[in-house]
Design a protein around this ligand. Structure first.
Ligand SMILES: Nc1nc2c(c(=O)[nH]1)N[C@H]1C(S)=C(S)[C@@H](COP(=O)(O)OP(=O)(O)OC[C@H]3O[C@@H](n4cnc5c(=O)[nH]c(N)nc54)[C@H](O)[C@@H]3O)O[C@H]1N2
Ligand SMILES: Nc1nc2c(c(=O)[nH]1)N[C@H]1C(S)=C(S)[C@@H](COP(=O)(O)OP(=O)(O)OC[C@H]3O[C@@H](n4cnc5c(=O)[nH]c(N)nc54)[C@H](O)[C@@H]3O)O[C@H]1N2
Ligand code: SF4
Ligand SMILES: [Mo]
Length: 880
């Protein structure tokens, strides 16, 4: 790995475009089309740290595959032509069918300035509130829960609270993989304060639960029962903060009544462990409860959120150092999008669309004639309306709904059949962009300028460090241009993001005068150069030079009475399980980001997990007849996916887990949202993407294969999954018709005219190994067998581009060690190398592994896995 010479003085200070931790990044062009990257030591979120995804950012900015010009019906077009078409089709549709016949579907990855302009155009000028965002799939339950309890969508605490707490409870959060730098901050704090306790509440075992002091393996969907029990216990033990409740809370008695009648046994948490948890929570004054998608993505996610908030309100543990509820946001600008009013039921600056005074205020400020008086359609309903033809013109920006929305096949078909669809993205090959009439090339991270807000309300600048790719344009610029072409020249006469930011900041001052929390009016007169130089700063910022701190320190909330609301909640009962079905939980893996449009471009990020998989308990695998590394068909009435079986007791019997990331770009049938129904939380409209009922059957191919190749293959087999490797590509294959001739099959598969083929075909065992050489170098190899092929994958992939004489063997000779699957993506260190070093060098800690092999010593994302390997190696030694 290269030694970086980046200092804030000669690099660009910007922000990571992935998770809501919001790490500061230093970036400088590397002269080869990429960037060198380092954590920004001055940024308050990360103080120089980065995770594996952040560290690999430089590998994801190359222009290969980027969309260079606008496209109309898959053909290049000029911007003029494309934007005229968009403007005229939206105008005509509105004229003919009314404003509610058009919609925008946007994203928590847009910058605040992009988001503000999109929201202003559709709500202020097109006259409909049909704008929703992928945050509906992500944070909507938290937004609704916060609003019910606090009157506004306010995150009370800061990251420092995590470090100052005596107890941190992680509910439905795989922090070690999904907010790795926050996790590292937590781990570092724990190392200096050993009395600090971390408890993880999650139905399955994860990298996060492995390292927690206690894992409450709760029955999925029963978090309300757990926190209701906690509320009753707080009361029973006399731990209610009577002064706080009397002075600052309403609804305590009703909440307690409802809580007292909850049956906690539905959680399945053993009695002794439950008692320990309750006592620890009650005795620790400084407690932070972190929550994420195991809470939000539920058909009663808002109740889950309020069940947590209730306990903090009853004890007054909010707004003070080291205590409070902390919703960790998913996307880099999930918070900014909420602030700017990107959800269908909000106006900008936390104002409400259904409130006539708020509407008048925003309408007046925008000089907008057309503000709708009702909320727009939420994501799931929006795509239903598209399917039913009620929405006839749709503009999707910075999100990939054909992959990430429940009932993904239904959504894909709805988009394909919509009268007019526009997609703004970086490439034209995403599952969604492929369906659009018009595809507009947006600038990507590294090329654009603006602001984002992270999970603890810190606003940071993203800054351009590279020139624009091709003819791409900034999202705010594209939207403003369309608005001007529709006739609103003055309202959208922006030429810099700074102008948009100033306008937005000024509006927030008016909202604050209405009693709203979000106030950045202190930044409304920034000059362009001050905006460019803006340091990370936490809102509220009512006056220049101030920076926000914890909210609610004075016990005053943003309700009319200034009191917070506790809610009476009942644990909703789970729908009856259908015989023969399994409960499908879905989530993230360490090194991929969402639909992989960027992280899959980095070879090193693809070495950790190279194909879509299904975690299934050994007992269930046995009952279904699935063996390790088999393929399985996961199915519901909405669709199916084909995944690699990973037999593990990390999931419990009856439950399975699959990652959300794979798309048609990287696997034949890896889109897991195809099987997910569109059940939503009735209050927030957030879909429950963690509890589909699915059937699981073997996908019984007649042959399995694995190929490595210098260039990408386009297999036409029953199953395939492709991943980049530093030397080329790795492709998993399987088929239901065994080829008559493996040589012919290989020739078609590799399509390499000038290569020399050598092969070993065993007709009796029905196995085949084929190697391709060109100019004395290995350019491809194929291994096929009737069972999952046992070949040392990283070993043969590493042979690409070398003479590769051992390629046909498929595994290293006795004198060459097989590194095994990559654990440390930064230094490419495999599992076998690590295990071998642990035993031969008597390594006892993650730090010692770092010294011996460098593994874990850069971004630290693999530290949880290193710790797990140490434990397993020690357990093994102890058993020997
Ligand atoms: N590596 C990586 N990091 C990411 C992302 C990514 O794509 N890749 N995406 C970002 C985004 S947008 C988001 S929203 C966040 C999400 O971050 P997380 O919410 O931490 O991630 P998930 O894996 O979706 O789900 C978290 C956990 O919820 C558990 N869970 C499921 N059902 C229940 C339940 O009923 N109760 C409880 N208590 N737990 C349950 C799951 O088993 C899972 O381990 O991650 C962000 N960070
Ligand atoms: N089953 C299941 N489904 C889920 C979830 C789950 O846990 N389980 N999680 C949900 C959650 S929390 C989330 S956040 C969503 C995420 O799902 P999506 O938002 O659909 O996923 P992304 O891959 O982030 O899509 C972003 C798209 O924008 C493009 N893009 C990147 N930068 C820019 C830019 O600057 N401008 C423009 N115009 N385009 C850009 C990318 O190439 C990509 O195509 O998935 C949701 N779906
Ligand atoms: S934790 Fe990782 S993905 Fe999240 S912002 Fe920081 S570097 Fe980016
Ligand atoms: Mo998310």
């Amino acid at each position: 790995m290269k030694d970086f010479d980046l200092s804030p003085a000669n690099a660009t200070c910007t922000t990571c475009p992935y998770c809501g931790t919001g790490c500061g990044v230093l970036a400088a062009p590397d002269g080869a089309g990429g960037l060198t990257i380092k954590g920004d030591p001055t940024h308050p979120a990360n103080a120089g740290r980065l995770c594996s995804k952040g560290s690999a950012l430089g590998e994801t900015v190359a222009s290969d595959g980027r969309l260079l010009t606008p496209q109309i019906d898959n053909r290049p077009a000029s911007w003029d032509h494309a934007l005229d078409l968009v403007a005229s089709r939206f105008s005509e549709t509105i004229a003919k069918h009314g404003p509610d016949s058009v919609a925008f579907y946007v994203s928590g990855q847009l910058l605040t300035e992009d988001y503000y302009v999109a929201n202003k155009l559709i709500k202020g000028f097109l006259g409909t509130a049909n704008i929703d965002t992928n945050s509906r799939l992500c944070m909507a339950s938290t937004v609704a829960g916060h609003k019910r309890a606090f009157g506004t969508d306010t995150v009370p605490g800061t990251y420092e609270d995590l470090e100052q707490a005596d107890l941190v409870v992680l509910v439905g959060s795989n922090l070690a993989w999904c907010h790795p730098v926050l996790y590292q901050r937590l781990a570092a704090a724990k190392a200096t304060r050993p009395n600090m306790r971390v408890i993880a509440v999650d139905p399955r075992r994860t990298a996060t639960t492995d390292l927690a002091d206690m894992h409450l393996a709760i029955n999925a969907g029963t978090d309300v029962a757990l926190f209701n029990r906690l509320l009753s216990e707080i009361h029973e033990q006399g731990a209610v903060n009577a002064e706080f409740v009397t002075g600052h809370v309403t609804g305590f008695d009703a909440a307690l009544d409802a809580a007292s009648s909850t049956d906690v046994t539905v959680t399945g948490i053993p009695h002794a462990q439950l008692t320990e948890f309750l006592n620890l929570w009650i005795r620790s004054e400084r407690v932070v409860t972190v929550f994420s998608q195991g809470v939000n993505q539920s058909d009663h996610g808002t109740d889950k959120v309020n069940a947590i908030l209730n306990c903090h309100l009853a004890t007054g543990r909010i707004g003070q150092p080291g205590m409070g509820p902390l919703s960790v946001t998913g996307q880099p600008n999930a918070m900014g999008g909420r602030e700017v009013g990107g959800l269908a039921n909000m106006l900008a600056c936390h104002l409400d669309i259904e409130n006539p005074e708020h509407r008048a205020l925003v309408g007046g400020f925008w000089n907008a004639p057309n503000l709708p008086d009702h909320a727009g359609l939420k994501a799931v309903d929006m795509f239903r309306a598209v399917s039913e033809g009620r929405i006839k013109a749709l503009w999707v920006m910075c999100t990939n709904p054909a992959v990430s929305l429940p009932q993904a096949d239904f959504v894909r078909d709805a988009i394909a059949n919509c009268d007019f669809t526009v997609v703004s993205d970086l490439t034209a090959t995403t599952d969604t962009a492929c369906l659009a009439n018009v595809v507009l090339p947006a600038t990507g991270w590294g090329e654009k300028d603006g602001t984002v807000t992270n999970s603890d309300r810190v606003i940071s600048r993203q800054r351009a460090v590279l020139p624009k790719t091709g003819q791409s344009r900034h999202d705010w610029d594209i939207i403003s241009d369309v608005a001007r072409r529709m006739g609103w020249q003055d309202a959208f006469d922006y030429s810099t993001p700074a102008e948009i930011f100033r306008e937005y900041a000024a509006l927030s001052g008016l909202a604050a005068a209405q009693g709203k929390d979000f106030d950045i009016s202190g930044l409304s007169d920034l000059t362009n150069s001050e905006y460019d130089a803006l340091h990370p700063t936490r809102w509220p910022i009512p006056t220049r030079g101030t920076s926000g701190d914890r909210m609610f320190a004075d016990g005053r909330f943003f309700t009319p009475s200034t009191r917070a609301n506790m809610l009476a909640l009942t644990q909703s009962s789970a729908p009856p399980a259908v015989r023969g079905t399994y409960r499908l939980n879905t989530g993230r893996i360490r090194d991929q980001w969402h639909t992989m449009t960027r992280t899959a471009l980095s070879p090193r990020l693809n070495q950790h997990t190279g194909e879509p998989f299904l975690e299934i308990h050994p007992q269930d695998a046995l009952a279904i007849g699935l063996k390790a590394a088999d393929l399985t068909k996961v199915e519901s009435r909405h669709g199916y996916a084909i995944l690699r079986v990973l037999i593990t007791d990390r999931v419990r019997p009856g439950a399975v887990f699959a990652p959300i990331h794979w798309t048609s770009e990287y696997a034949s049938a890896g889109r897991i949202c195809t099987v997910i129904p569109s059940a939503t939380d009735p209050i927030s409209g957030q879909p429950d993407t963690k509890a589909a009922q699915v059937s699981i059957t073997p996908f019984a191919p007649t042959w399995y294969g694995f190929a490595v190749s210098s260039s990408r293959l386009s297999p036409d087999t029953g199953y395939w999954a492709a991943a980049r490797h530093p030397s080329g590509w790795r492709t998993e294959l399987a088929g239901q018709n065994t080829p008559d001739s493996w040589e012919t099959f290989a020739q078609t598969l590799f399509a390499a005219q000038d290569a020399t083929f050598s092969s070993v075909i065993d007709q009796t065992r029905r196995t085949a190994r084929v190697a391709l050489h060109q100019n004395g170098q290995l350019i491809g190899a194929l291994y096929a067998a009737p069972n999952p092929v046992a070949v040392s994958r990283s070993y043969v992939a590493n042979l690409l581009g070398s003479p590769g004489r051992t390629a046909l063997a498929g595994h290293p000779g006795a004198d060459q060690p097989d590194p095994g699957t990559t654990i440390c993506a930064c230094f490419n260190v495999g599992v076998n190398t690590i295990l071998n070093a642990i035993t031969t060098q008597d390594l006892l800690s993650v730090e010692q592994i770092g010294v011996a092999l460098s593994a874990g010593s850069n971004c630290g994302s693999c530290k949880p896995e290193l710790a797990a390997l140490l434990t397993s190696a020690r357990t093994k030694t102890a058993a020997e």
